[in-house]
Design a protein around this ligand. Structure first.
Ligand SMILES: C[S@@+](CC[C@H](N)C(=O)[O-])C[C@H]1O[C@@H](n2cnc3c(N)ncnc32)[C@H](O)[C@@H]1O
Length: 300
């Protein structure tokens, strides 16, 4: 049996329609949760059928496992864990026992995570984390899950609050990893920031669903810098890496970790940031779809 996604055609014959956050409809998150719920336990397999996406996920899991091993982390939280497959892979990769927990809003996916022996709690990522202050070593938002901290009226403030809440829950020297979809190689005057697309789930090439709507916010380096600064995280050590997910033809993947370390950013401005953006622009052509991996280390 094979599971994969087909992308419906949106406006202008493209498979995504780029809109602004203020154009996202009311109730978008309930619709997205309903879409994930219908894809349910086929999510992992169908995402793995996209080679660029799979390669990036595996490379990010390696990076996270490396962090856990190097730092001796043991209390790990993944926000928007889906069926928990990423935590499973990370645990296998680390090869020792870890206390891992995921948050998720969809009941079918919580049940799927539990079948995968991943503890998942029901929690809406747009709300403060229920975890006590200073108790977690590592907080993960993988595969652009942070994009669901979105709101047509109040998105920026919501993201700032989510970052503050994560920072508070971290132990000193704990880390936050944001694995985001980036827009840094697109022209700055392009207004689209949220990708709206529709996927159909195919099993053995037969459609199992009608078009399922999704909205997913994309990020730029400067915007991330502004969010981190507004959340009061300017005293943290920040590292940025980029990876290609999909090129023009939809198939080349470069998971080599490009990028640089940006220490204690004030809105990510200055020559180091300019040099990184120039490097990205040169290396990845406009239209390439790629990930920006941001790691934030809480001071001692
Ligand atoms: C892109 S998937 C990523 C799943 C998993 N992290 C992975 O990489 O395979 C995002 C997940 O976030 C969940 N999600 C969406 N909105 C949410 C919300 N407001 N609160 C908690 N989880 C949410 C979805 O149900 C979905 O499982």
């Amino acid at each position: 049996m094979t599971a994969k996604f087909e992308y419906a055609q949106m406006k202008d014959g493209n498979t995504e329609d780029l809109i602004t956050e203020s154009e996202v409809p009311d109730g978008w998150n309930e619709i997205v949760i309903g879409s994930y719920s219908q894809i349910g336990s086929h999510y992992k397999e169908a995402s793995e059928a996209e080679p660029g996406n799979l390669a990036c996920n595996l490379a990010v899991d390696d990076l996270v496992a490396e962090l856990i091993r190097k730092r001796g982390f043991s209390e790990i939280l993944e926000i928007g864990t889906g069926d928990g497959n990423r935590l499973l892979n990370i645990r296998q990769n680390v090869g020792r026992s870890l206390h891992m927990q995921g948050t998720e809003l969809d009941d079918a996916l919580i049940a799927a995570a539990q079948r995968n022996s991943v503890e998942a709690i029901k929690h809406d990522m747009r709300q403060p984390l229920p975890h006590p202050e200073g108790t977690l070593d590592l907080i993960l938002y993988l595969n652009n899950a942070f994009s669901f901290v979105m709101d047509r009226n109040n998105g920026k403030q919501m993201r700032v609050e989510a970052l503050k809440s994560a920072y508070k829950a971290l132990k000193p020297k704990g880390m936050l990893v944001l694995d985001l979809l980036s827009q840094d190689n697109e022209h700055y005057d392009r207004s689209g920031r949220v990708s709206h697309f529709e996927r159909i789930l195919l099993i053995d090439d037969k459609p199992q669903t009608g078009p399922l709507p999704f909205w997913s916010k994309k990020f730029r380096l400067r915007e991330v810098g502004q969010l981190l600064a507004a959340a009061g995280l300017s005293n943290c050590k920040i590292s940025i890496k980029y990876m290609v997910r999909r090129d023009y033809n939809g198939n080349t993947t470069d998971t080599s970790r490009s990028g640089t370390i940006v220490h204690q950013p004030e809105k990510f401005e200055g020559p180091e940031v300019e040099a990184l953006l120039a490097h990205i622009a040169e290396r990845y052509r406009a239209g390439t779809d790629y990930r920006m991996i941001v790691t934030v280390e809480k001071p001692k």
